[in-house]
Design a protein around this ligand. Structure first.
Ligand SMILES: *Cc1c(COP(=O)(O)O)cnc(C)c1O
Length: 377
């Protein structure tokens, strides 16, 4: 049998940048400066330039980015945070970890992003923040309710872990994911579009005093070393990761374009096979630049299709098999099955197909042919 087609092949990506990465890593090794340090400062600056109008603060992971953001906003016991049930676990665990209460709002069936039309109905006097996720690399349309939330003093914390580099049009210019709200959070987990070679994350904000607070919170709450204004975390981005991420940031636009081209090829191949309708491809919403962190289709007989693909050497994944309101650890919130029907149906019907910048047309043909065989087209 041919070689397996993985959902993501990082070895091909590494082959393209090996020399640059090794040089960057070597220079950190020579300097022996491992925690924060000049590469972190430069990477933060480069992210600021790329994202526009924000201060960037590197930290240890995307999960910590979310936690730091909510800590900087003084969210805790008695506060409510409105968010989506269709996301990675960390989106919600950071809320409960601080003793605050996640309030879920169902997602939109086309974009899989939180349904903006339903968010304001979930606001109560206890609502301190709104935490949308730009799921699979496509931004949620924040402009629809941004002003209204600001008027009510509700902070916006964007979970942009899957969306570094994606954007939405704002008036006639573009604004990137993470740079819309009060605080934006990113993950540099190796599988993300901008991924390091280990854990890493970042928070960004336009608010200078929040940026200062975030910088303290990532070093145990210390303004000056050994003098603590409050209790923070040990959550720093290390120099090796920053040096590698600086190399990768230089190529990110090209790689995101390649992902978009791969998404376009999938669509054309599905259309050629008469599969559109059986397979529902991802919808790119108006005014969006979708960076296809994942290429997630809606399909009938999802589990059987996944098994069929696996037999053909094609790896696919289910994001996310359990809506967050149905996770056992969140049972205390009192939600039950049927509360968020769209999110629950996506958990049963969606499948993430291989996507990465280096994915070839040959591989995509094989994947689509195999899906065609399954549905006997
Ligand atoms: C990956 C991810 C996170 C967590 O990032 P880590 O760096 O793995 O801690 C949070 N939210 C979403 C939506 C993610 O995809």
């Amino acid at each position: 049998m041919d070689k397996k087609i993985p959902t993501l092949d990082l070895t091909r990506n590494y082959a393209r940048i090996k020399d640059e990465v090794q040089e960057a890593v070597n220079s950190v090794l020579e300097s022996q400066y491992f925690i924060l340090g000049p590469d972190v400062a430069r990477f933060e600056e480069e992210c600021e330039n790329y994202l526009g109008e924000v201060s960037a603060v590197g930290c240890a992971s995307g999960t910590d980015a979310l936690l730091l953001a909510l800590m900087a906003l003084d969210i805790g016991e008695g506060d409510e945070v409105i968010t989506t049930p269709y996301s990675f676990f960390a989106t919600v665990s950071c809320i409960t970890r601080l003793g605050a209460k996640p309030v879920f709002v169902d997602v939109d069936p086309l974009s899989f992003n939180i349904d903006m039309k339903k968010v304001l109905d979930a606001v109560t006097p206890k609502t301190k923040a709104f935490l949308p996720v730009h799921i699979f690399g496509q931004m949620a349309p924040l402009e629809e309710i941004k002003e209204e939330l600001e008027k009510r003093g509700i902070a916006i914390v964007e979970d942009a872990a899957q969306a570094f580099g994606s954007w939405r049009k704002e008036n006639e210019s573009i604004r990137r994911a993470g740079a819309w709200g009060t605080i934006g959070c990113y993950s540099f987990f190796p599988t993300k579009n901008l991924g390091g070679y280990g854990d890493g994350g970042m928070v960004v904000t336009k608010d200078a005093s929040l940026a200062d607070r975030l910088k303290k919170l990532r070093v145990h709450g210390a303004g000056t070393t050994y003098y603590h204004d409050e209790v923070g975390l040990n959550s720093r981005l290390d120099s090796l990761q920053a040096a590698i991420l600086r190399v990768k940031l230089r190529h990110l636009e090209e790689w995101n374009e390649e992902r978009r081209r791969a998404a376009g090829r999938y669509y054309a191949l599905f259309a050629e096979k008469g599969l559109i309708g059986t397979v529902i491809p991802p919808s790119e919403m108006e005014n969006n630049y979708h960076i296809y962190h994942q290429y997630v289709v809606k399909v009938p007989q999802r589990d059987d299709l996944q098994a069929h693909l696996e037999n053909q050497g094609i790896v696919s994944r289910v994001y996310y098999p359990v809506s967050l309101h149905m996770q056992r650890c969140f049972a205390f919130l009192g939600y039950s099955e049927g509360d968020f029907p769209v999110s629950e149906s996506l958990s049963r019907e969606t499948l993430a197909l291989p996507i990465f910048p280096e994915l070839t047309m040959e591989e995509q043909k094989k994947i689509v042919n195999s899906i065609g065989d399954f549905y006997k087209k």
